[in-house]
Write a protein that binds this ligand. Structure first.
Ligand code: GLC
Length: 478
């Protein structure tokens, strides 16, 4: 039985700011429990809801050095849906209303978290064969493990995997401060190790020292070896390409199941969506105060409102997008500029635009169930999960051809009657608009074709069943 430890800065259902949390919360359940003992370790943020905090049990505590600092490390535990979750407790670092804050604070916070994770393992009596690290917040783990932890026999031979969910965020700060926090010697702060462009870079450290590197789709794995998507680390990605692999994300098919989803008003499935799905559309139109109209083309957006997600394209053609026969529903928070854009249009076209500038899991399910199409014109997209949720709910994705969107959405071909969605190539607002208009035209004038697109989308399998096997293969390989 191989022991695997997932280490991440967020995980569903405890704490979520993005797709990382969905992956960390769902993938462990789908790894074969007969052959693998998978556990997860997360920070015990103050912002984790009371409902979960009340369930956590004290396991152990000790004090740990972070160079000249001495810090308390508590460990809490809770078994959820068969998986053991550990929570590193420290009120100084994990305070505040959100997991992340100022980068200079986060830099120390996650150095602490990474070292505490390694340090607590003997006390948990859990010696993982593999530590599976996710994103920059855990990048120091392979580095620490390579360094002073080697002195202790317990740690020798533990392998590491670094999974990149988003190469844009790397955890970068000046070398002197990072050295003062980590107590790593000057040896590590050179351009072939932690240093990048003069600064210390946590993710780079993780990529250099991990035994294997993965990212969350095949296309993104290729893209990041090139300069446009490489975020300054494409050279390193090329250097590691022999131990770099893309494994496309899945979603939790139990949580996202239109046939049994308690959060939506009218359940439906691949057989009866033609009659039943539309009831969700009417219900949401009513709930959000939009014109109740079956014929209007209803587009959903559930997203962090940032440049990554292609929001500037939407901004550019917002007026044309909100045409007479279209409704637009947005859910999410992010850059003020985009929050205000949607608020403004919701005011201007109150019967066809709905701006939900907050995050609500329940509302997101209702949007997936109600909308005709889902818009995701990302500038870059390591995998993307909401297009998978849309496909599962028979909501046709309209995406830009980048990263995981290429691997999961097959463009409609009217001559061959194939495809599960619509896509466009260039990062260009009018190319996006043309694609949306084309989709709308099929929706309005070729309803049978439209429904067949939905048929094909709902028949796809983006549960973890395939990808979890690929992680298992990798665990066996190491
Ligand atoms: C990040 C990426 C997204 C990916 C998710 C989970 O949020 O931006 O594309 O789906 O991580 O891996």
């Amino acid at each position: 039985m191989k022991k695997i430890l997932f280490v991440a800065s967020e995980g569903v259902p405890f704490i979520k700011t993005g797709g990382l949390a969905d992956v960390v919360g769902s993938l462990p359940k789908y790894i074969d429990q007969e052959n693998f003992d998978v556990r997860v370790i997360l920070p015990n943020y103050m912002s984790i809801p009371r409902q979960w905090k009340d369930k956590m049990q004290y396991r152990t505590h000790f004090y740990m050095n972070l160079n000249w600092r001495t810090q308390y490390v508590g460990v809490l535990e809770y078994q959820y849906e068969g998986i053991w979750f550990y929570f590193i407790d420290n009120e100084f670092y994990f305070t505040g209303s959100k997991p992340y804050g100022n980068i200079y604070e986060d830099i120390e916070k996650f150095a602490f978290f990474s070292k505490a994770t390694l340090s607590c393992l003997p006390a948990l009596d859990f010696r993982p064969d593999i530590i599976h690290c996710h994103d920059w917040q855990t990048g120091l783990i392979p580095v620490f493990l390579h360094d002073s932890f080697q002195e202790n026999e317990f740690y020798r031979g533990i392998k590491t995997i670094m999974t990149i969910h988003n190469l844009r965020f790397q955890g970068v700060w000046d070398k002197k401060t990072v050295q003062d926090i980590t107590a790593l010697s000057g040896y590590y702060f050179t351009p072939d190790k932690l240093e990048a462009y003069g600064d210390a870079n946590y993710l780079k450290g993780g990529i250099v020292y991990a035994d294997y590197v993965t990212t969350v789709s095949n296309t993104y794995a290729k893209e990041i070896t090139m300069s446009f998507y490489g975020e300054g680390l494409d050279g390193l990605m090329r250097a590691r390409s022999n131990s770099l692999r893309g494994i496309v994300n899945g979603i939790d098919y139990e949580e996202y199941n239109p046939d049994s989803d308690a959060l939506i008003t009218y359940p439906y499935n691949a057989k009866n969506f033609r009659k039943e799905k539309i009831k969700n559309k009417r219900a949401l139109q009513q709930e959000l105060g939009l014109a109740v109209d079956d014929k209007v083309f209803m587009i959903g957006i559930v997203s962090r409102l940032t440049d990554q997600k292609g929001l500037d394209l939407i901004e550019c053609v917002m007026e044309e997008l909100c045409a007479e026969d279209t409704e637009l529903i947005v859910l999410g928070t992010g850059e003020e500029r985009y929050e205000n854009l949607f608020r403004h249009f919701a005011w201007k076209y109150s019967n066809r635009v709905s701006a939900n500038i907050f995050y609500s899991n329940e509302r997101s399910h209702k949007i997936y169930a109600a909308c005709d199409a889902f818009l995701m014109p990302s500038l870059f997209e390591p995998c993307g999960l909401s297009q998978l949720m849309s496909l599962r709910y028979g909501t046709v994705p309209i995406v830009r051809e980048t990263g995981g969107l290429v691997d999961t959405v097959e463009p409609y071909n009217q001559y061959e009657s194939t495809g599960t969605g619509f896509s466009f190539k260039n990062y260009n607002a009018h190319e996006m608009l043309d694609t949306i208009r084309y989709a709308k035209e099929i929706f309005h004038n070729k309803k049978r074709e439209w429904n067949k697109i939905i048929d094909r989308g709902m028949a796809k399998d983006f549960s973890w069943s395939t990808s979890a096997r690929k992680y298992e293969e990798l665990y066996e390989l190491l």
